[in-house]
Design a protein around this ligand. Structure first.
Ligand SMILES: Cc1cc2nc3c(=O)[nH]c(=O)nc-3n(C[C@H](O)[C@H](O)[C@H](O)COP(=O)(O)OP(=O)(O)OC[C@H]3O[C@@H](n4cnc5c(N)ncnc54)[C@H](O)[C@@H]3O)c2cc1C
Length: 489
């Protein structure tokens, strides 16, 4: 490998590929750090599309704030909240409506409340679990066996579904946990790695043996939960007042002018010469020389970019599977919907055999998403469990959505609008072996000084996780650039 020769007087040239939240957060952090170190940096962010934000974007139409991607982020992981603080966005954060913090699950074609206190996989209250019609008596008895089952003490990797079947039984998986957890990852829990997605539940078993005991103790530890305990988790979510699109917009605005180039698709990243170690080739336009390059695209896109430079690393990146999904925003006059919409939405178990994954009542969760007297709901389609629906054309999708909304929430008549947003291969699936795959990718990457990788594919899919990983990558890069410059001086 050629030795990198640094000229300490020259501004370092850093190219960030991908203008989703990860790319923007990397660029923002590099700018912040280099400014505070009073070091010059020539920062360029290249985004293939005509806008930044990646999967995050908000449309404003007919008085609605239409979320085409994520609708909120969780605050018990602090990194997104902290970044909002640094961007001056704290006052613009809104909480979910406290009066309606609950959700539904479809059982035999009807909306049934998720039992209060049921947090993803661990019930924190027994009464509502015993009373719920979502699970049969037989299923409930099987769930209670978790109180007596021994902990598993071998280290073999387990799928999320395998873990739930072992602890709580098949019915709990099929009726509650598959739709609740599957919704977060648009994934099939039979393939998901438990330790890569929800390791806290593995830790619960290790520490408390039983998930139910762990849940009850956790609830006691936090004091008596007031009101609707199943909604406690919803209290942790926030969004931007103007819509989630305001987050990438604020990051972009905080960067020096001319840092961001949209409509700039990268074709290839290759090693150059000792003075300018990396060359970033574009689909259109002259190549860009760089001291360091950060790839923040989807793993399959990053794989294409470094195929020539390191086919082995490229192959590893390609081995991270992705799912595609569709989010359909549907706007109604409130009186077109019969259901009271007294919750944040409904998840649909696979065994109900319906063509949708979930419906989110967006304007109930965040009332300013729709004008007074109107309602905005979002229907989720596709994911890893129903990939065939992604290929349907818009007319077929519209038909499905109208039929499902009619049957499930009693929506009737023509909506004010239907907006279909497609997310092709945008949600990585942390399947069995994910942590080992990421480890192997990091080992190969370490051989390429000045090349960095971050994004949703590796260390957590939520917005706070992506920001945390992006900022960590930026810190490593800045340290390496400044140390190299210091030793060359
Ligand atoms: C449908 C959906 C809903 C979600 N909802 C939530 C939610 O409610 N809350 C939450 O916390 N998280 C949510 N997430 C996860 C969250 O969106 C991600 O954590 C985060 O936004 C990912 O950002 P990213 O920059 O890593 O990836 P992306 O947003 O995918 O950005 C990658 C960027 O790279 C660009 N790119 C690709 N190839 C090239 C190339 N050759 N040259 C230049 N640019 C290129 C792409 O155009 C894209 O803009 C959701 C994800 C999806 C898909």
């Amino acid at each position: 490998m050629a030795e990198v020769k640094f000229d300490p007087a020259r501004a370092k040239r850093v190219v960030v590929v991908g203008g989703g939240l990860s790319g923007l957060a990397v660029a923002h952090r590099i700018h912040e750090r280099m400014q505070s170190l009073r070091r010059p940096v020539e920062l360029t962010l290249l985004e293939a599309r005509e806008r930044v934000g990646g999967v995050i974007w908000t449309d404003h139409r007919d008085g609605f704030n239409v979320e085409c991607g994520p609708d909120s982020f969780i605050t018990n992981k602090p990194w997104a909240l902290e970044l909002c603080g640094r961007l001056g966005l704290k006052e613009k954060l809104i909480e979910t409506d406290p009066g309606r913090r609950r959700s539904f699950v479809v059982r035999d074609g009807r909306l049934t409340p998720v039992p209060e206190g049921f947090v993803l996989m661990a019930p924190q209250r027994l009464g509502p679990l015993l009373a719920t019609p979502v699970i049969s008596w037989r299923g409930k008895l099987r769930m209670l066996m978790d109180l007596f089952l021994p902990r598993r003490d071998d280290d073999a990797e387990e799928s999320l579904a395998g873990f739930v079947r072992r602890r709580l039984g098949r019915e709990a998986l099929d009726r509650l946990i598959q739709p609740l957890v599957g919704g977060i990852y648009t994934a099939d829990p039979n393939d998901l790695s438990l330790k890569a997605t929800l390791p806290q539940f593995l830790a619960m078993e290790r520490e408390h043996r039983s998930l139910i005991l762990a849940g009850l103790r956790e609830s006691r530890r936090r004091g008596r939960l007031s009101g609707q305990a199943s909604g406690a988790r919803y209290g942790l979510f926030v969004a931007l007042e103007q819509g989630m699109g305001a987050f990438p917009e604020a990051l972009a605005a905080a960067l020096p002018t001319r840092t961001i180039r949209t409509g700039a698709a990268v074709r290839r990243v290759i090693r150059n010469d000792p003075v300018s170690p990396w060359l970033v080739e574009l689909l259109d336009g002259p190549p860009i020389e760089a001291d360091a390059v950060v790839l923040t695209t989807e793993a399959h896109a990053a794989a294409r970019l470094i195929d020539t430079q390191d086919p082995g690393l490229s192959l590893q990146l390609r081995s991270i599977p992705y799912a595609s999904s569709i989010i359909v925003n549907v706007a109604y006059n409130r009186d077109q919907i019969q259901h009271p919409l007294d919750g944040f939405g409904v998840v649909v178990p696979i065994i109900e055999r319906r063509p949708i994954l979930a419906i989110s009542f967006l304007s109930v969760k965040f009332p300013n998403r729709a004008p007074m007297g109107k309602a905005l709901v979002r229907v989720f389609i596709g994911g890893a469990t129903q990939p065939e629906y992604f290929d349907l054309d818009d007319t077929a999708i519209e038909e499905i959505v109208r039929r499902e909304l009619g049957e499930l929430i009693g929506a009737s008549g023509d909506p004010i609008f239907i907006q279909i947003g497609r997310h092709a291969r945008s949600m990585p699936q942390y399947t069995l072996g994910h942590l080992e795959r990421v480890e192997a990718i990091r080992r190969k990457l370490a051989k390429h000084s000045g090349l960095y990788l971050t994004g949703v594919a590796f260390d957590g899919v939520g917005i706070p996780d992506c920001i945390h990983a992006a900022e960590g990558t930026a810190d490593t890069l800045v340290n390496s650039l400044t140390e190299a410059a210091a030793s060359a001086a």
